[in-house]
Design a protein around this ligand. Structure first.
Ligand code: FPP
Ligand code: MG
Length: 353
């Protein structure tokens, strides 16, 4: 097994505040990302990244400043920034550099969500009114562009020139992926290849870039960057599968949107693909690509997918991707940061929101 380790220089890695056993039992999965970051002594740094995001999103334009603050304060899990910081902790951690890699990924993510909600005509995200619905279409378009420019400015502060390339490639992938929906629910191999391409673009590509940027900000070798990129990519696929599963079995209050949203919009995701593969049911086949307006029909469709075992099989797939993600960390010596990345991966498959 290759070793990707670099010696930490500007790091408190050797003196963590809370030090769990190097590879503690899987049963101890933290309930939130804050706890995971604490295990790698990164909670203060994450708070500093949060302040940086807020500071940067100020603008001379009152509408952009208001909408920008609204978006940053809405928060989210900051999963991508956490990955970037944790990845950096596996190298010669330098917060002054890692923070730019971490802020960039959150700016790109936020920009993509604002534009996505605009093109999807979504009224709510995470239980809050979306920017285009609260302000208007023009403001949403401009705020998305503004955040994208904030990401560019943040990347300009990264010393390692590889980082801009990682993020540029991710944005190219995200944008192209938007134009390739999943159109077929069967046969399984065709549907799977469309689905994997779709989620690889919309979610995994940015997870991959954030992890690569994090370790690159800490002087990681190309081999270390590749390993963490693969970790991020597989984790991104698992994360999106879980998102798609929660759309069937999640709690409306926790998710901030009613279950069955994807079926309502005629979007084909993995639980439906697997349900069709398991049963070849005509009712399930007909759901693909057809928007459902009747809430009773949506409930029937959700129940049919669950009954067919589509959710269970998708959950199993997310676990397999997480195991694969964790295996990419094998070349790094046990450390609190490596342990936290493993915890983060396990957290992804057991999260409820
Ligand atoms: C969410 O998919 C999709 C994305 C997060 C990517 C959207 C990308 C663009 C609109 C292109 C613009 C990109 C940049 C970087 C400015 P979804 O609608 O299936 O998921 P949802 O349920 O979270 O809305
Ligand atoms: Mg959307």
């Amino acid at each position: 097994m290759p070793s990707y380790d670099t010696q930490p220089t500007n790091s408190s890695e050797t003196h963590p505040a809370v030090l769990p056993p190097a590879d503690a039992a899987a049963s101890q999965i933290p309930r939130d990302i804050k706890t995971i970051l604490t295990h790698a002594n990164l909670q203060d740094d994450m708070e500093a990244v949060e302040r940086l995001l807020l500071k940067r999103s100020a603008s001379q334009s009152p509408q952009i400043a208001d909408a920008g603050a609204y978006l940053i304060r809405a928060g989210g899990k900051r999963m991508r920034a956490a990955q970037a910081l944790l990845a950096a902790r596996l190298g010669a951690y330098d917060f002054d550099q890692a923070r730019h890699a971490a802020a960039t990924v959150e700016f790109i993510h936020t920009a993509s969500l604002v534009h996505d909600d605009l093109v999807d005509h979504t009224q709510q995200r995470r239980g809050r009114v979306t920017v285009h619905a609260r302000w208007d279409t023009d403001v949403a378009l401009m705020v998305g562009d503004y955040f994208f420019a904030l990401a560019a400015a943040e990347m300009a502060l990264c010393r390692d020139p590889r980082i801009v390339l990682f993020y540029a490639q991710a944005v190219q992938t995200i944008v192209s992926g938007e134009l390739h929906p999943v159109t077929d629910v069967a046969p399984l191999d065709v549907a799977m290849s469309q689905y994997t391409r779709k989620v690889g673009a919309k979610t995994a590509a940015l997870f991959e870039a954030g992890c690569k940027a994090g370790i690159a900000s800490a002087g990681g070798s190309d081999a270390a960057v590749a390993a963490l990129g693969s970790y991020g990519y597989d984790l991104g696929i698992a994360f999106q599968i879980v998102d798609d599963v929660l759309d069937f079995v999640g709690d409306e209050r926790t998710l901030g949107k009613p279950p069955g949203n994807d079926l309502r919009e005629g979007t084909i995701t993995l639980p439906l693909i697997y349900a069709v593969a398991e049963t070849d049911d005509a009712f399930l086949r007909k759901l693909a690509g057809v928007a459902l307006t009747d809430p009773v029909q949506v409930k029937q469709a959700v129940d049919a997918v669950v009954l067919a075992g589509g959710v269970e099989r998708a959950q199993a797939a997310s676990h397999a991707y997480v195991s694969q993600a964790i295996a990419h960390l094998d070349g790094f010596s046990p450390s609190p940061a490596r342990h936290a990345l493993i915890e983060l991966a396990r957290f992804v498959v057991q999260r409820q929101m």
